[in-house]
Every structure is written in C-alpha cells, then in structure tokens.
Design a protein around this ligand. Structure first.
Ligand code: GDP
Length: 362
C-alpha cells in the first residue's frame, strides 16, 4: 500500500516529504521498501505500542510504516504536455491513495505558480489535469472494450457501460471518486480501470505556523471543499515539521510546546493516511521485539500471518490472540491465559484492529 503526494509546484511537497521520511527508519526491518529518491517510508505513531511495551519487556519496538511517493510534475496543462507533461502519470497510477498538498501559507518570498494564494483554485487545477488524463485513458479503453463487447462478452459489455458513465462524469468536470458501485463485479471493473481521480484523497493544508491552532480562512475553505466530497483535511506547517524532524527528542518537545502542539502534525497526518488507505494494525509482542504489522481492514488471520512471512500464510494452523485492553487489565500473557481471555482463532477469523497475536504454523 502506497500513498502519493501531489500538488502544484512550490506548495511544500518536497519539504513535507523530506520531513515525513527523515525519521531514520531502520531499513533492515523493512526489506520491501524501495530505494528510490522519491519513495520513502513513514512511521505510523501508535500509543498502543508503548502500552504493550510497558508490560512486556522487549529489546526493540518497531512501528508500522507507510510507503510514500513524491509525485512531481503536475502543472496547469500537464495533460497537454506542459512542464514535465504526462510523466507524473506512471507514478500516480500505481498509488493506492493521494495526499494532495495545498498551499495555505502566504509568503511573498515564495513564488506561487498561479500568481496568488488560492487553495480552491489550486485544487481545481490539479483535479482538472487528473480528469483530463483520465478522459484520455477512458477514451482509449472504450475502443478496446467495445470491440470485445461485439464478440458477446458479457463482462466487456458491462465495462463499456461503466466506461461510458466515467466518460460522462469526467466530461462534466466531476472526478470519479464519487462514483460507487454496490455490486462487487462492477466495483472491480471500475478499480481495474486505474483512473487517477478514482483514488481517495486526503487534503494536506500547508499553513503558516501561526495558523496551526486557530484555523485561518484558507484552511476553512479547504475543509468546506473536502466536506462536500466526503474527504478529510489535515493542517500542517511543512517548514516547521522539517525543522522538528531535525531536532533530538528533548529539543523537539520544547519546540512543540512553544507553538502549542502536543505532537508533530506529521503523526496525525500518518494516521489519517493509514485510515484513508483502509489499513489497520495488529501486534506481535515478544522479548526480541514488539511490532506493529499492517493489514487491510477485513484481512483474515492467515492473511495477517502472511504479512510476516508468506510461509506463515501457507502453513497457518491457528492463532492465539488477545487485546491490548486485556493486557492493561491483567498485566501478563500468563494471567490473560489463566483468565480464559486468550482466544484461539482459526483460518476464517477476520482480524480486529489492535489484536496481539501468536501464530502457529507448519
Ligand atoms: P514543492 O515544489 O511543492 O515540492 O515545494 P517545496 O517543498 O520545494 O517548497 C517550496 C518553497 O516553499 C520552499 O522554499 C519552502 O521552504 C517553502 N515552504 C514550504 N512549506 C512552507 C511553509 O509552511 N511556510 C512557508 N513560509 N514556506 C514554506
């Protein structure tokens, strides 16, 4: 699962990306992370890890991470070849959700590519480019699907209908994300079209430091816009976050206090992005490490085990599980077991957020 950062030039994307990914994630713990300059890993802060650690003595604590891609190159006219042209498309097609950074800071020293600060216009500019790219893609796909439909292929017929519906929406200037099909077959067809505006969006309002607590007018407008499409907004000051990321823990706490925050805004941003991607965590807790693992909401116990190692999924027998609340109430796994709270779950078990697990496998 991966989120992509988009936004016009000079809105603070790189500043934010660098702040988010500078946490010095120990790469030996995350061998699957790609090593590319615009791809990074972001820890997802979770207080339950600290709670577990206060009862189970361990050598290290490893948080869940999010993969993030910095997608540069979207400017007005990009879909017609302006700027880097369509190069951004290859990156953005592959992400599962979008973090759309919008400039809400007014700083005469930083040039705005559109000449003035106006977050709603900026959102529309990016949306328009993405919709134009989608429109081109839909038109190409319609031709192919129509050909297949002529052979009497039922799925292809449905695909043509869905493509037509997408086409009409896009031609009206409406992104695809509001289009929801209840029947799973249609939903799958829509997903496989890989349209850019079908991806879920979280708006990141990049504000001035003074605006972090009291909401400025510009953020309010972004919130109204997001609410109208059922989306969410997180306000950050990218420049401040970049400074915070450079500090050691004591200095960071002091600086946070001086601006009236209890944690870096990046923490709430990481959590919101996690939610946007439809993800949750379960934990393993032992002497060597206490660790959060990422799974999609709805994953079964074998699928969850498979995140640790594919062999665990294949050879899955059962899992023993308890909740962090059980641990808080009873203090040790032994006491949890004795109180009859250690649940034994089989292959069909759908994981709950925050399960602490031991897997048994062949
Ligand atoms: P990108 O083109 O979207 O990647 O934008 P950058 O991250 O390169 O930022 C463009 C400029 O805006 C840089 O000079 C940043 O230092 C500055 N900038 C980024 N975030 C903030 C902010 O929150 N406040 C102010 N005043 N400047 C910022």
């Amino acid at each position: 699962m991966e989120a992509g950062i988009v936004g016009l030039p000079n809105v603070g994307k790189s500043t934010l990306f660098n702040a988010l990914t500078s946490a010095g994630i120990a790469s030996e713990n995350y061998p699957f992370c790609t090593i590319e300059p615009n791809v990074g890993a972001v820890p997802v802060p979770d207080s339950r890890l600290d709670t577990i650690q206060s009862y189970i003595k361990t050598q290290k604590v490893i948080p869940a991470i999010l993969q993030l891609v910095d997608i540069a190159g979207i400017v007005r006219g990009a879909s017609e070849g302006e700027g880097l042209g369509n190069q951004f498309l290859t990156h953005i097609r592959n992400v599962d959700a979008i973090l759309h950074v919008v400039r809400c800071f007014d700083d005469p020293d930083i040039i705005h590519v559109e000449g003035s600060v106006d977050p709603i216009r900026d959102i529309e500019t990016i949306d328009t480019e993405l919709m134009l790219a989608d429109l081109q893609s839909v038109e190409q796909q319609i031709h192919k699907a129509q050909k297949n439909a002529r052979t009497g292929d039922k799925d292809a017929k449905r695909k043509v209908e869905i493509l037509q519906e997408c086409h009409d929406r896009l031609a009206e200037g409406t992104p695809i994300r509001g289009l929801v099909y209840e029947d799973p077959a249609s939903a799958k067809i829509l997903r496989e079209l890989q349209l850019l505006t079908s991806k879920r969006v979280l708006y990141v309002a990049n504000v001035e430091e003074d605006d972090l607590l009291g909401e400025g007018e510009l953020v309010k407008r972004v919130r109204e816009r997001a609410a109208a499409e059922g989306g969410e907004v997180v306000a950050v000051c990218a420049r401040l976050e970049a400074e915070l990321a450079e500090l050691d823990e004591a200095d960071r706490a002091e600086m946070l206090e001086s601006v009236g925050l209890t944690e870096p805004a990046l923490a709430s941003l990481a959590r919101a992005a996690y939610k946007l991607l439809g993800l949750q965590s379960y934990f393993t807790a032992g002497e060597k490490e206490v660790r959060a693992w990422t799974i999609p909401i709805g994953a079964t116990a074998p699928q969850a085990a498979g995140v640790i190692h594919t062999d665990f999924e294949k050879g899955f027998i059962r899992c023993e599980t308890y909740s962090v609340d059980d641990l808080v109430a009873l203090h040790t796994e032994k006491a949890i077991r004795e109180a009859g709270k250690m649940r034994v779950e089989g292959k069909a078990y759908v994981m709950r957020d925050g399960d602490v697990c031991h897997f048994l496998f062949n």
